[in-house]
Design a protein around this ligand. Structure first.
Ligand SMILES: CC(C)(COP(=O)(O)OP(=O)(O)OC[C@H]1O[C@@H](n2cnc3c(N)ncnc32)[C@H](O)[C@@H]1OP(=O)(O)O)[C@@H](O)C(=O)NCCC(=O)NCCS
Length: 193
C-alpha cells in the first residue's frame, strides 16, 4: 500500500485512528453536513453519532490499512493542510468493484476542483494497484454539486439499481441506497470501457 497518492492539486495520505474523530466531525458536525444528511434537505438520512459512524460506517481498518481489500480512508491534503476525506469500500460489493465516499471539512474547501482531483487520483490508484475496474458512487439525486464533480471525474449516471452491484449477502441491507430507490443517484466509472 502506498502511504501517499499524488493528484494534480492535492495529495492523499492514508488516514489514521488519530484522525477518525475529526473526519467524523467534518462529515456529520460541520457546515458541509447539510449537503448530504439531516433535515431540512435530507430528513431520510439522519445525522449519525460518532459511535454509529465507527460501528456502522467506518470500522477501524479504514484508518489502519489493515484490510485493503475491504476498504481504506485518506485525508485530502493541500500543501498547507488537510481539507477533507475520501475513502473506498469494497467489502459489500461484487468482485472488482469499489464504492467511493468523499466530503470536505468546510465550504471554503469546496468548489476549487479538489474533490474532482481526489476522486481521479484515488480511482487511478485503485485501478492500478488493486485491479479494481468498476467504481461506483451513490449520492442523493439532489446533491447537484457532488454529481457535477463526479461527472467531471469520468463517472456516468446509470439506471441500474444499487443491488446490481452488491454482493448477495448485502442486498437487503444496502439495496435501496442511502436515500432510497429513486432518490439515490448511482454513478459508475468503468475502466474497461
Ligand atoms: C461533493 C464534494 C466532495 C465535491 O468536491 P468539490 O471540490 O467541491 O467539487 P469540484 O470543485 O470538483 O466540482 C464542483 C462542481 O459543481 C459545481 N457546483 C457548485 N455548486 C453547484 C450547485 N449548487 N449547482 C450545480 N453545480 C454546482 C461547481 O461549479 C463545479 O463544477 P465546474 O467545475 O464545472 O464549475 C464537495 O463539494 C463536498 O464535500 N460537499 C459537501 C459534502 C458532500 O456533499 N459530500 C458528498 C456526499 S455524497
Amino acid at each position: 500500500m502506498k502511504s501517499m497518492i499524488d493528484g494534480k492539486k492535492i495529495h492523499l495520505v492514508a488516514a489514521t485512528l488519530v484522525d477518525r474523530r475529526r473526519i467524523y466531525e467534518w462529515c456529520f458536525q460541520s457546515e458541509t453536513t447539510k449537503s448530504h444528511s439531516g433535515p431540512p434537505d435530507y430528513p431520510e438520512k439522519p445525522i449519525a453519532s460518532y459511535q454509529d459512524f465507527c460501528s456502522d460506517y467506518y470500522e477501524e481498518y479504514f484508518f489502519t490499512g489493515a484490510q485493503p481489500k475491504k476498504g481504506q480512508g485518506f485525508l485530502i491534503m493541500t500543501k498547507e493542510e488537510a481539507i477533507g476525506f475520501i475513502s473506498y469500500s469494497a467489502f459489500h460489493l461484487k468482485q472488482n468493484y469499489a464504492e467511493l465516499d468523499i466530503w470536505m471539512k468546510d465550504e471554503a474547501s469546496c468548489g476549487h476542483g479538489y474533490g474532482n482531483d481526489a476522486i481521479l487520483a484515488l480511482s487511478d490508484y485503485l485501478n492500478q494497484y488493486l485491479a479494481i475496474d468498476q467504481l461506483i458512487i451513490a449520492p442523493s439525486n439532489r446533491n447537484v454539486r457532488a454529481i457535477r464533480s463526479y461527472e467531471k471525474a469520468g463517472f456516468e449516471r446509470t439506471d441500474a439499481e444499487m443491488k446490481e452491484f452488491l454482493a448477495e449477502e448485502y442486498t437487503s441491507l444496502y439495496g435501496e441506497g442511502d436515500y432510497g430507490i429513486g432518490e439515490t443517484a448511482i454513478l459508475i466509472k468503468d475502466f474497461e470501457n
